[in-house]
Design a protein around this ligand. Structure first.
Ligand code: TTP
Ligand code: MG
Length: 395
């Protein structure tokens, strides 16, 4: 199942949240860059027929007590990032499509978060609890229907189209609601007396392609509930990394080792927090002349312990022939998957038993770090280095 989420009157809702005197009032946002047109209107303003892209003077004519707010893109972008982070905590397969809209592939999330409806509700609740904003969610077996579903019960809606309802839904879906069917296509639709997506069935593919070009094929597929578009891969979170630019360029092995260890712990902690494991570890180095290199290793067994990540990162670092001083050190992991997802375990070796033991140590460390902060507990070798630094033994 694919979930589509769209925030309700996004910019206006944020302003109403932050300025209590705007609550329940007709409000429009007309951002500086929008040249006197409405970016969005609160649902109260929509009752006056005010819509996005309408000139502000027209909006004022429709409602004389309209509140006009210039808008604050930075604030909206921050909220957007927070929302996307919440979504990413439900599934690593996420496709943000605009500032307030994203698709989430929830296949395989049921074991962790429950039925599609429960996942939809949990997302809505978390967004409301953390950001005091409402959103509308649509869930369907295919992408295009999930987007249509999220729009059906706005604001604060949750609409599910399951496989059983899908055929009937498609049969009755007004053709103008299908993404990609614009004014031009609608002229043809009217001529052909096509009113719903189901009506497409009466036409052979050659006629559809003749009338609608390449969209003909897609319309035919959509009318059969087939939507081959998957979530856009390049927006799916594929890695977690942590890096720092050092206060001074260095070449000293021990210092770099400590930084690698620190980053391995940060990355490991984030990985475990999400309940994920990784099958790729990489390091990134930037040199004093601003050139940079990355080195990575693909692992046979997934790992999530900080110690295992550090071992791999250090092995990668040892193989590099250093000729210049280093100014930035980073550690990252990729090939992310759920910890509980089935994978092929290789034979249990002494090494993998050790990794397991480290995982239990990590669990305890994470709990303490969560409660008291990351500075309270560190691996002993890190502590030693901090101690040495304090004693002036290291530069
Ligand atoms: P939308 O999701 O289209 O609209 P919305 O969130 O305001 O309202 P709803 O989804 O409940 O119908 O757009 C998201 C934000 O993008 C919107 O709050 C403001 C901005 N936007 C513009 O700046 N100009 C526009 O023409 C549109 C449509 C949106
Ligand atoms: Mg929206």
């Amino acid at each position: 199942m694919i979930l589509h989420i769209d925030m309700d009157a996004f910019f206006a809702a944020i302003e109403q949240r932050d300025n209590p005197h705007l609550k329940g009032k007709p409000v429009i946002i007309s951002a500086d860059h929008s040249r006197g047109v409405v970016s969005t209107a609160s649902y109260e303003a929509r009752r006056f027929g005010i819509r996005s892209a309408m000139p502000v003077f027209q909006a004022k004519q429709r409602c004389d007590h309209l509140k006009i707010i210039p808008g604050n893109m930075k604030k909206y972008q921050t909220a957007s990032r927070q929302i996307m982070a919440i979504l990413a905590s439900f599934s690593p397969s996420l496709e943000p499509v605009s500032i307030d809209e994203a698709y989430v592939d929830i296949n395989g999330c049921e074991r962790l978060f429950g039925s599609p409806e429960q996942i939809g509700m949990a997302i809505k609740n978390q967004i409301y609890d953390r950001l005091s904003l409402t959103c509308s969610v649509g869930i369907a077996p295919v992408k295009f229907l999930s987007k249509i579903a999220s729009d059906m019960n706005k604001p604060d809606g949750l609409t599910i189209i399951d496989r059983l309802q899908m055929d009937r839904f498609i049969r009755d879906l007004p053709i103008e609601k299908v993404p990609g069917v614009g004014k031009q296509a609608m002229k043809q639709m009217t001529l052909l007396k096509i009113k719903t997506l189901g009506d497409i069935h009466h036409f052979a593919l050659p006629i559809l392609t003749k009338k609608f070009g390449s969209m003909g094929q897609r319309l035919m597929e959509l009318s059969r509930g087939i939507d081959a578009t998957h979530l856009s891969e390049n927006t799916v979170r594929k890695s977690i990394s942590s890096e720092t630019t050092l206060s001074a360029d260095i070449k000293d092995f021990e210092t770099v080792k400590q930084v690698l260890l620190d980053h391995s712990q940060t990355v490991g902690r984030q990985l475990r927090k999400k309940g994920w494991v990784c099958t790729v570890v990489f390091i990134k180095l930037k040199f004093s002349d601003f050139s940079r290199i990355t080195r990575q290793k693909k692992l046979d067994d997934p790992i999530c312990s900080s110690a295992a990540i550090f071992d791999e990162a250090l092995a990668l670092y040892r193989k590099i022939q250093l000729s210049k001083k280093i100014r930035l050190v980073g550690v990252g992991v990729g090939g992310l998957k759920d910890k509980d997802a089935p994978f092929q375990m290789s034979l249990i070796t002494r090494e993998s038993r050790q990794k397991k033991q480290w995982e239990s140590v990590d669990e305890a460390v994470d709990t303490i770090a969560e409660k008291f902060g990351t500075n309270v507990i560190k691996k002993a070798s890190l502590n030693r280095s901090i101690q040495e630094k304090k004693n002036g033994k290291q530069n």
